[in-house]
Design a protein around this ligand. Structure first.
Ligand code: TXA
Ligand code: MG
Length: 315
């Protein structure tokens, strides 16, 4: 059924069919995933892929993640290796993105991978995106459904705030369970984390030693811009605000319930904090605060991904 925002729909068979029809025609649709909402288009269609870059105002050199229902659908586009099989078996479907060599005869629009010889692939877990992927005959190029460098959307109204009516369909799947983007791991050589995310280095280290340089001076992934995930107001890390018109993002039970305090997790739970991060930053902006201060967040487990996003938001 249509609700107040005329392009937001809840999911049912009719909307599934409408979505598939739109994707078949090369149109774009915003779809929920377990990490964040994505702006999806046919990865084999030049028209669809070009439109993704245009609508997001995304730099051409920032390649897209290609999403599949399962391994058999991905084998025409990416060269699998031992490490891939190992991690696929353990974590997929799920919030892990693999950078692999692209197959020479892959039909992916070259624009989608910024003309690279590699391709990033992911098998999302959320049931709406999975049912769509099952119905279509092509994979989906799907970046987060926000204007480039702004906050990723974690529910349908966030997407609307970002993209308004530039697309016909935004599917409402409630709040994204994880709330932070997938982990991107490069498997073309020695495994290396390019973007910390929902699957932690600790999770991955149980299988093999993974490199992740915490050195932020270098761009690790093409298009992994330093300034990113920005709420549109200054973000200041590891500092307390001086005035009550400045918002304070806190973590743990030692912080009071002041009006300008926004607790990522009272229980000091990093999973809960990750799920709240973008939601809270968006809320603070909407309330009209001019600055966001952030307390120190533990730099372990999911905290690594949270701190990565906060650091980029503060640039
Ligand atoms: O959780 C997610 O991954 C979400 C949902 C919608 O699936 N998608 C997402 O896409 O975060 P996006 O476009 O916002 O981020 C894609 C990241 C970028 O950092 C990009 O540089 C990296 O993946 N990437 C894509 N292709 C790559 C490649 N061939 N080599 C290295 N990095 C690549
Ligand atoms: Mg993004």
């Amino acid at each position: 059924m249509k609700n107040f925002y005329s392009n937001i729909y809840s999911f049912n068979l009719r909307i599934l069919k409408k979505t598939v029809k739109n994707l078949n025609q090369g149109n774009l649709v915003a779809i929920p995933t377990e990490t964040v909402y994505g702006l999806a288009g046919n990865a084999y269609s030049i028209k669809a892929v070009k439109n993704i870059f245009k609508i997001k105002k995304r730099p051409k050199k920032n390649p897209l993640i290609i999403h599949y229902h399962n391994i058999s659908k991905a084998k025409n586009d990416a060269v699998f290796n031992k490490n891939f099989y190992l991690l696929y078996k353990k974590f997929c479907p799920g919030p892990l993105t693999f950078v692999l060599k692209k197959k020479k005869n892959s039909k992916i629009a070259p624009f989608a991978t910024s003309n690279l010889k590699t391709v990033a692939i992911r098998f999302p877990k959320q049931k709406i995106i999975r049912s769509i992927l099952k119905y279509i005959k092509f994979p989906l190029a799907m970046p987060s459904a926000n204007i480039s460098s702004s906050l990723s959307p974690v529910n349908a109204t966030d997407v609307f705030e970002e993209l308004k009516k530039k697309i016909n369909i935004i599917i409402d799947g409630g709040n994204s369970k994880i709330g932070i983007e997938s982990t991107v791991i490069d498997l073309t050589k020695k495994p290396k984390i390019l973007r910390p995310g929902a699957i932690t280095r600790g999770d991955l280290n149980r299988f093999f030693k993974i490199k992740y340089s915490n050195n932020n001076s270098k761009i690790k992934s093409p298009g992994m811009l330093k300034k990113h995930y920005s709420p549109g107001i200054p973000v200041i890390l590891n500092k307390k605000p001086k005035y009550p018109n400045q918002a304070y993002i806190v973590f743990g039970k030692k912080f009071k319930n002041n009006k300008n305090y926004f607790n990522l997790s009272k229980k000091a739970n990093l999973k809960e904090a990750a799920a709240n991060l973008y939601k809270i930053m968006r809320k603070i902006k909407k309330k009209g605060y001019k600055k966001i201060y952030v307390t120190k967040i533990p730099n372990k487990g999911l905290g690594l991904a949270i701190n990565d996003r906060l650091k980029r938001a503060s640039k």
